[in-house]
Design a protein around this ligand. Structure first.
Ligand code: ZN
Length: 342
């Protein structure tokens, strides 16, 4: 059903249609950079790779990882800006202008990766016809703090909508001006930050479709304990949001969480019918299910699902109604490849 919501939703539905009824997202970016040898033990995390050049030739570069995901069949690659903020770069000694240029660079690298991919496949028959899109990643204030609060959603005194808007405003504007196809608000830990994003999208008049993706550690609420239904409703009511979903959450929780998001559509179906709100496409990109040991700063292997299990999960999530599906931390191009053909 085509929603009557904002242009963002219409744009995302067109891409889904062009993708044959679904879109494949990439998998973990930061963790895949690490798997390729990058040292990201830093408050900038994946954004640290923006400081090094030449990025084209190194194996542990965002370029190379974007290309690996495109080769694996992804429709959407997301920029290395998850933990990139003006404030974070400034604390490393960069000027405001240099910091903004680094944000822009993250989107440029993803755009270049798409160009390289299309050029390399230009002689292929049949040519690459699937949509290939670049999403500018925006991690939460908690991700910038790099103190675990992206998984608690507890911002203490800073937890006001105005503070969060001030924190994200310039970053959002710079990333939007860099020309991505989508803006990906990822791993949103609480409803205040969702509210801040909605207000910023309106106030800055951002006309690039956004997606809102929350994370959960209990399969019911989002990580702060805020209700997923309430959070999805905030996103659902905003015409600038084209898709709503869940990322960086263990695969075993996803089925139930999709059903909760769908309840938002059902509960609001009256408003939908009268054209006041829409039911947005659902987006899902879980992590591998492995546990992160915050003290040791490492992932505990053997707690996660195999790439094979991931494929069966993807079939289930598609039946549940998710249209945009990918992976988050510790998933790799080997996770993406098999389900991109489903
Ligand atoms: Zn993740």
């Amino acid at each position: 059903m085509v929603g009557t919501g904002g242009g963002a939703e219409v744009a995302v539905r067109r891409w889904i249609e062009a993708g044959g009824g679904r879109l494949v997202l990439d998998g973990g970016l930061a963790t895949e950079l690490e798997a390729n040898g990058a040292d990201l033990n830093d408050p900038l995390w994946s954004a640290k790779c923006l400081l090094t050049s030449p990025h084209l030739i190194r194996k542990a570069s965002a370029h190379a990882v974007h290309l690996d995901y495109l080769e694996a069949g992804a429709n959407i690659i997301s920029s290395a800006s998850y933990q990139a903020t003006v404030q974070g770069f400034e604390s490393k000694g960069f000027s405001k202008e240099q910091s903004e240029n680094l944000l822009t660079k993250s989107v440029e690298i993803a755009n270049e990766a798409r160009e390289i991919f299309l050029k390399e496949h230009s002689n292929q028959s049949p040519p690459v016809q699937r949509p290939i899109l670049v999403a500018a990643s925006i991690g939460s204030y908690g991700a910038y703090l790099a103190d675990g609060s992206e998984y608690s959603g507890d911002y203490g005194e800073a937890g006001t909508v105005e503070f969060l808007k001030d924190f994200h405003r310039r970053r959002l504007q710079v990333l939007a001006e860099a020309g991505p196809d989508l803006i990906a608000f990822e791993t949103i830990p609480n409803k205040l930050e969702a509210q801040a994003y909605v207000e910023l999208l309106e106030e800055c008049n951002i006309n690039i479709p956004a997606w809102f993706s929350f994370n959960s550690k209990d399969g019911v609420n989002i990580v702060s304990g805020d209700s997923l239904i309430e959070c999805a409703t905030i996103a659902d009511k905003c015409g600038k949001v084209g898709a709503v979903g869940i990322n960086c959450t263990p695969p075993r929780f996803i089925h139930g969480l999709i059903l909760s998001i769908r309840k938002v559509s059902i509960a609001l179906s009256y408003l939908f019918l009268i054209g006041m709100i829409s039911d947005k496409p659902i987006l899902i990109y879980p992590n591998s299910g492995e546990r992160y040991d915050g003290e040791k700063k490492e992932w505990v292997e053997s707690t996660g699902v195999t790439d094979g299990d991931f494929v069966s999960y993807v079939s289930e999530w598609r039946k549940d109604g998710a249209a945009l599906i990918g992976g988050c931390c510790r998933t790799t191009p080997n996770t993406t490849g098999p389900y991109s053909e489903l």
